[in-house]
Design a protein around this ligand. Structure first.
Ligand code: AMP
Length: 377
């Protein structure tokens, strides 16, 4: 099945081809026609399922003929939990809107940065992608009005609720007009999400897609037995000897992530850390450089690695093991795709051995071990 039968205009079909979106993902097949028909949607879909395009494309199509936004009234509101996701989603809107004949302006707003530039940029915006707290600040300053919203999207609703945005979301819902289309996406259907559905959605089409299964067999996994104090030198040795061009390194804490990146830089390996304590500017900068292949090593904590869409990585290194076997598979699943196998390296200290056995058992696969004492580094 191709995108052509879903009811999208030719310019978007051309851009999809341009972006190498050859076939719609399952969620797109179901959501696009329904959203075009102005139905409400409850999409239970994880990151990576293609959910962003599943709402961006029909929303843009439905905006055909819409007049320019007046007096800071936006037409479409997308609420989501993090700045990274906000920038990512806004970018998808921007790219596809750029091929449409009418001018549709989109903007991402989020906290942690100065509010003034966002206030200024809000003029004439049709599609606003926002984290809840900053949106409310902007509403309170009269920088944006929500009473003419025709479509509301909640993306990663479960995460928003986990992060404690419930009260802010309720305040925002009260500002919206009664008649509107509601699209809700969540990786899981928690009780909280169920409650929100009931308040928000009218006779929704429920779409459930499974997470893309990770094919463990496509990933070359290897573990290095290494004492804690030798991890730094081993990391540098592996990056240099394997000539790794792009590596995502996982650390267990903010402090560790900074430390690993600092040491790499001191040894002239281009590296940056990305975690919750970094400024927004530094996070965006590191991530976009890494995606563009201009940064060799990105050191991340689990929290930030989730939800960030990095399509394919040749190599992932667990400088420290994650606590749960699920997180282990999630981390290494970023490498290895049908067309190219990736490499996942884990550093294991004596204390980790038992835990690593459990991970292997849960994963159903044994991982080869190399004793770093036998390597000259
Ligand atoms: P998402 O779940 O929306 O974060 O999308 C995950 C990734 O899949 C993004 O990198 C998209 O660019 C990509 N993607 C979405 N839909 C398609 C498609 N139909 N074909 C190829 N790539 C896609």
């Amino acid at each position: 099945m191709s995108f052509t039968s879903l009811g999208l205009p030719q310019v978007l079909l051309d851009e999809l081809a341009n972006q190498n979106y050859n076939q719609p993902y399952p969620i797109q097949k179901q959501a696009i026609p329904a959203i075009l028909n102005r139905k409400d949607i409850l999409g239970i879909a994880p990151t990576g399922s293609g959910k962003t395009a599943s709402y961006v494309l029909p929303i843009l199509t439905n905006m055909n003929g819409i007049s320019a936004s007046e007096n800071r009234h936006v037409n479409v509101l997308v609420l989501l939990p993090t700045r990274e996701l906000a920038l990512q989603v806004r970018e998808v809107f921007r790219v596809f809107a750029s091929v449409l004949p009418e001018r549709i302006k989109s903007l991402a707003v989020y906290g942690g940065v100065s509010i003034n530039p966002q206030m200024k940029a809000l003029n004439g915006v049709n599609i606003l992608v926002a984290t809840p707290g900053r949106l409310l600040e902007l509403v309170e300053s009269n920088a944006v009005h929500l009473s003419k919203i025709s479509t509301l999207v909640l993306d990663e609703a479960d995460k928003m609720l986990n992060l404690g945005f419930k009260e802010e979301m309720t305040r925002i819902f009260a500002l919206l007009p009664q008649k509107r289309q509601n699209l809700l996406f969540s990786a899981t259907l928690s009780e909280d999400v169920k409650n929100i559905n009931q308040i928000l959605l009218h006779n929704p089409l429920v779409i459930k897609v499974e997470a893309k299964t990770i094919d463990i067999d496509l990933i070359n996994q290897v573990a290095y037995l290494v004492p804690e104090e030798k991890k730094g030198p081993l990391l540098r040795y592996l990056i240099k000897s394997k000539e790794l061009k792009q590596v995502l390194v996982f650390a267990s804490s903010v402090y560790k992530a900074d430390n690993i990146a600092d040491k790499l830089r001191k040894n002239e390996i281009d590296a940056a850390a990305i975690h919750s304590k970094k400024s927004q500017g530094a996070r965006t900068d590191a991530l976009s450089k890494f995606k563009l292949g201009k940064l060799r090593v990105l050191v991340a904590t689990d929290l930030l690695s989730r939800g960030i869409d990095i399509e394919f990585l040749p190599c992932v290194i667990n400088y420290e093991l994650p606590r749960s076997p699920k997180d282990y598979v999630h981390r290494i699943g970023r490498t290895g795709r049908a067309e190219s196998s990736g490499e996942a390296i884990s550093f294991i200290t004596d204390e980790d051995e038992h835990h690593f056995k459990i991970i292997q058992k849960k994963m159903g696969k044994r991982v080869d071990k190399i004793d770093s004492a036998e390597i000259d580094f």
